[in-house]
Design a protein around this ligand. Structure first.
Ligand SMILES: [Zn+2]
Length: 308
């Protein structure tokens, strides 16, 4: 089976995008840093240059990994950088009933099943789940995760920055988890449910999520949801090729250096810079950047090493 997600928006003339709804979806595992500001700014500028809405979603799915106060710090940092969101932010921790409802639907239609495999069993298959528990449609005694049955299929997508991308999720990942043994909902499920619930039309985010996208498209098709347009911007890596992120303790952004931070992010995204005379004001920088934004200037590469 071939699934063609015709979702490129690179060539569409600016005025042809109707009712654009973009989003930024940070997880509260630390403060905003340079890499996450770049993602936030790119999605904000793409939305605003298309007269769109820019929504915020806090991905607080995994309480053990969260840092108290991080969500509030992220909101304060976005505001300090002039990135004001539309509508109320969505919190994934408030969405569990919806996620469970989708899982129940997938269980009922035999598209999902209970998995009781131990960690050591999973390790022997090299991270690809081979469908050992596929016939387990009734909840077993004891702990179990819930997996999606993934049929062999090639997902073709047209990324607005990275170009065409094709993946067979069954071969690359196998049946993936929707709800973990510890009852936490999986990111792949939550992001698909939330993009649909927020009626997101365009997703601009870091390239580290490109390989997740075919699984998300697979799930969207199964649930008869709309597939948004995707644009994956390069991520910043350190000299060792590691993602420059909260996990690598990248320094938090100084909110008092917001204008400098915005200019740094624009340089990274290879956008034209506003004239010096207006570089001292967050509002002026953003207005100028919206007016001059073009996705086609963003480098078509998965990663850029910091300092190069
Ligand atoms: Zn299993």
């Amino acid at each position: 089976m071939d699934i063609i997600a015709d979702n490129s928006h690179k060539q569409s003339p600016r005025d042809s995008v109707k009712n654009y709804r973009g989003r930024f979806a940070p997880s509260p595992t630390g403060p905003l840093h340079t890499g996450s500001l770049i993602s936030a700014l790119a999605s904000y500028l793409d939305a605003k240059s298309n007269d769109g809405q820019w929504l915020l979603r806090i991905e607080d799915l995994d309480p053990p990994r969260e840092i108290p106060g991080a969500a509030a710090a992220i909101l304060a940092s976005l505001r300090a950088h002039g990135l004001q969101w539309d509508e109320q932010p969505m919190w994934q921790s408030h969405r569990h009933a919806d996620y469970q409802c989708i899982i129940d639907r997938l269980l009922k239609t035999d598209n999902a099943y209970y998995c009781t495999c131990s960690r050591s069993t999973l390790r022997t298959s090299g991270g690809i789940y081979l469908g050992h528990c596929r016939d387990q449609h009734r909840r077993p005694d004891g702990e179990s995760s819930i997996r999606l049955y993934v049929a062999d299929s090639h997902i073709h997508m047209a990324d607005a920055i990275q170009g065409s991308y094709c993946q067979n999720p069954a071969a690359a990942f196998g049946d993936f988890v929707l709800r973990r043994k510890d009852l936490l909902y999986a990111y792949q499920l939550a992001v698909v449910a939330d993009d649909e619930a927020q009626s997101i039309t365009h997703i601009v985010r870091g390239s580290d999520l490109l390989e997740s996208t075919p699984r998300q498209i697979y799930l969207q098709k199964l649930l008869a949801y709309t597939t948004p347009h995707y644009a994956h911007i390069p991520i910043i890596t350190d000299a060792n090729g590691q993602k420059f992120s909260k996990q690598t303790f990248a320094a938090p952004l100084g909110n008092n250096r917001a204008t400098d931070n915005l200019l740094t992010a624009l340089i990274f995204l290879q956008q034209p810079l506003p004239p010096k005379s207006i570089q001292g004001s967050v509002t002026n920088i953003l207005e100028w950047a919206i007016e001059h934004w073009s996705l086609s200037f963003v480098p078509e590469t998965l990663a850029i090493t910091a300092g190069k």
